[in-house]
Structures are given as C-alpha cells and as structure tokens.
Design a protein around this ligand. Structure first.
Ligand SMILES: Cc1cc2nc3c(=O)[nH]c(=O)nc-3n(C[C@H](O)[C@H](O)[C@H](O)COP(=O)(O)O)c2cc1C
Length: 247
C-alpha cells in the first residue's frame, strides 16, 4: 500500500474514534454510563450522594438464601440513608467502574433497568418524602418528585397495604428498547430476566441487613408510571417495599 493510502486510512480511523468523543457521545461507547435520567438535569440540591456501599457483610450468602422469606408486615421505624444506599447498590450498583458493569448481569451490557425509590414522610433519616432515582454512576440519588406517594402506590397495586406501611418501596422499571435495539424481540425476555436478577439481589440484601421485603408484580402499570412520573419510554416491572419486619 502506498504511503498516501496508509495516511488516509490512519486519518479515517482517528476520525471514527475521536468524533464521538469530542462531540460528547463518548458515553455511547460505555453502555454502563448511559444511565442518566432523561428528564431535565437536576440541580445540586436535588442530588444526594449515598454513603459508600459495603462489600463485606456479617452473614454468609448461604444463610441469607436459607432465611429469605416474603415479609408483608413492617414497623414504622425509619431507615437510614446508609441502608437505602446499600439496597440500591445491591440492585444495580456499579462494581467494575471502568466498564460500568453492575451487581446484576445484563444481556450484552445493555442495562435497560432504572431504579427509583418511593420514600414516605419521615421514613428515611435525612431526606424528604418523594420519589428519587438511583444513579449507579456516582452512587447517588436524584430527586424526581415530592410528597409521600405511598398511599397512591398501594392503591395502584390493587390496595396491597404493605406498600403504604413500608417506609420505602423500590421500583424497578425498564426502557426495553435499550435491549431490543440489539436483540430484537428476544430482548423482551432478557429485560424480564434482568428485573428478576436485580429484584433478587435487593431481596437478599434486605435479608442480610435484617430488613424485610416482598416482590410485587400485581399493579396497574399506567397508574404506577404516573405516580412515579416515569419518562414515557419506561415501564414499571417490579415493586419492592422494604422495612423493619414487625415480629
Ligand atoms: C413475579 C412475582 C410477583 C409477585 N407478586 C406479588 C404481589 O403482587 N403481592 C404479594 O404479596 N406477593 C407477591 N409475590 C410474592 C409471592 O407471593 C411469594 O414469593 C411466594 O408466596 C413465596 O413465598 P416466599 O417469597 O416467602 O418464598 C410475587 C412473587 C413473584 C416472584
């Protein structure tokens, strides 16, 4: 190959790599970092940096598996921000920062899931009642909506009272197109599988912390989406109320 052709080829390769980076599209090259909410950028007051998650616990995984049971009776005891952060990390926390990989596996690392937490009045020490989105990159929360929405959420879940009793409910939603764009129709089943992985991680983490939870699949999708003010492309898949079990 002549030197002119070699230089032209080199210039084309450099352009292909550099243009998306310079244009700010570099996040597209790292699917794990494509988890910013699509709503308006939050102000600094709306951001809550969570305490660092623990990667070492007090109880063996086997014990947690043996003990986990669905819990539907909760005390009104508030949760600490530390514990809320640990639960969210278990569901979708980043465990390989450079590649953006998470606690739960994801088909082709397409990461279709979004995790929100519905917080009741006085339910989490240090934060107001409202709806917060978990942002895995940065392990933080971003406020999305204000007010105690637990009663409305319980009504949308066919009146299941454990949702209004629990201090928080974690909601796992999906933007399925992120996965079907790569896998077509088959992506639908992958997204459901991923919600199961993330949900089970959270259930096990709750048990390990001495908390209780129950996975909820029975709810009206459109009502839950409205209560959470979800972006149009996101569908709620799983509700997980968490609290101190009432003995
Ligand atoms: C996909 C799915 C949906 C569920 N939906 C509900 C629900 O809407 N309400 C509820 O109280 N429990 C719900 N559950 C919890 C089951 O009732 C519970 O897991 C089952 O009775 C077994 O008990 P265990 O979780 O203690 O092992 C659901 C569980 C799964 C896996």
């Amino acid at each position: 190959m002549s030197w002119i052709w070699s230089r032209t080829l080199l210039a084309v390769i450099v352009a292909i790599v550099m243009v998306p980076i310079v244009a700010g599209g570099w996040q597209l090259l790292l699917p794990g970092l494509r988890d910013q909410p699509t709503t308006q950028a939050p102000t600094p007051e709306q951001r809550i940096v969570l305490p660092d998650p623990r990667e070492r616990g007090d109880v063996a995984l086997e014990e947690v598996l043996a003990r986990r049971r669905s819990v539907r009776n909760f005390t009104a005891e508030p949760l600490t921000l530390d514990r809320v952060g640990q639960l969210l990390w278990a569901a979708q926390g980043i465990t390989a920062p450079w590649r953006g990989l998470r606690t739960a596996p994801s088909a082709g690392a397409t990461f279709p899931l979004e995790v929100d937490v519905v917080v009741g009045e006085g339910a989490v020490a240090g934060i107001a009642a409202g709806v917060y989105r978990y942002v895995p990159a940065g392990h933080r929360l971003e406020a999305r909506a204000t007010g105690d929405r637990r009663e409305a959420l319980a009504a949308a879940a066919l009146g299941q009272p454990w949702i209004s009793d629990a201090p928080i409910t974690v909601v796992i939603s999906a933007d399925t197109a992120r996965t079907t764009a790569r896998y077509g129709e088959r992506g639908h089943r992958y997204v459901f599988m991923e919600a199961g992985h993330a949900g089970q991680n959270l259930l096990l983490q709750a048990e390990a912390l001495g908390l209780g939870s129950v996975p909820i699949g029975a709810f009206r999708d459109t009502q839950v989406a409205a209560i959470l003010e979800l972006p149009r492309e996101e569908v709620p898949l799983y509700l997980l109320p968490v609290g101190q079990p009432a003995r």
